[in-house]
Design a binder for this molecule. Structure first.
Ligand SMILES: [Zn+2]
Ligand SMILES: [Zn+2]
Length: 275
């Protein structure tokens, strides 16, 4: 992000971070949010709209409710698996297959706070662990990820297979994945999508809406901020586990050329990863 936004476009006030006094490096295209290079974020005092989204004007972590993630940061690229406690078998199937082979990115599993300590690769968030909490969960994941300086994220569901050796260059697009048709939908299926730092910043301070489907909320929010969904054909969707008896006959051939595919039951995941 080379652009700087030294002044609020509405009141003309200098956009200085209230914590570190650095100038803003990014402004969201809505609601007068500014970000400094240290990932502090604040709103211009001239903003008078809804204030449902918290700000961190005193420089506290954006995600002060997050707990865990003990593993050290080793990369600027994060593979963020969004999961929940009820689907532990899915997450464990990923751990026993592809996540242990990832060497060029960090992998973290995100779920709601539990009555146990998080594993080293888990981050607990102050959100609901159910399906209706998914949009809020993804927003918290974006806050966590931006605050820790990651520049790109691949958001993943807990029932996908990823082939670590194939993901050589992360896509440069702000937002890309298994794009839904027709094109005006502007959203990528939740199984896997790439987000740039700019896209994560937009999502981090966006309002939640009545939309409970996380992928649609992400697509609509980014679209409202002028960010288009792009196709990444290396991400393939094989349909719902519940709506098929067996894997489609062409599964192996389709898998041979993709980076990420879903969705798979835990026993299927072990099978398809070694193909
Ligand atoms: Zn202003
Ligand atoms: Zn700052």
């Amino acid at each position: 992000m080379a652009e700087t936004y030294p002044n609020c476009p509405d009141c003309g006030k200098e956009a200085l971070c209230p914590h570190c006094r650095e100038r803003a490096t990014y402004q969201t295209p809505f609601d007068k949010f500014f970000w400094c290079a240290q990932a502090h974020w604040w709103r211009c005092s001239c903003y008078t709209g809804s204030k449902d989204v918290p700000v961190n004007p005193i420089g506290t972590n954006v995600d002060s409710g997050a707990h865990g993630g003990a593993k050290p940061k080793t990369s600027d690229l994060l593979y963020a698996v969004v999961t929940c406690e009820a689907r532990r078998a899915h997450a464990d199937a990923q751990r026993s297959t592809w996540t242990k082979d990832v060497t060029t990115a960090d992998v973290r599993f995100f779920l709601a706070r539990q009555n146990r300590e998080p594993l080293a690769d888990e981050v607990f968030l102050d959100v609901d662990d159910g399906y209706d909490g998914l949009a809020a969960k993804v927003r918290e994941v974006c806050r966590w990820t931006v605050a820790r300086g990651y520049t790109r994220m691949l958001k993943l569901d807990d029932d996908v297979v990823l082939f670590p050796g194939r993901v050589i260059n992360p896509l440069a697009a702000d937002y890309a994945g298994w794009k839904q048709e027709p094109a005006f939908y502007n959203y990528c299926s939740g199984l896997a999508y790439w987000l740039s730092r700019k896209a994560m910043m937009v999502l981090a301070c966006a309002e939640l809406t009545a939309e409970t489907a996380e992928d649609r909320w992400v697509g609509t929010t980014l679209h409202n901020a002028g960010i288009r969904a792009e196709s990444c054909l290396k991400i393939q969707w094989f349909g719902k586990i519940s709506s098929r008896k067996d894997l489609p006959g062409n599964t192996r051939a389709r898998l041979s050329s993709c980076w990420v595919a879903g969705e798979f039951a835990p026993h299927e995941l072990k099978h398809v990863y070694v193909w």
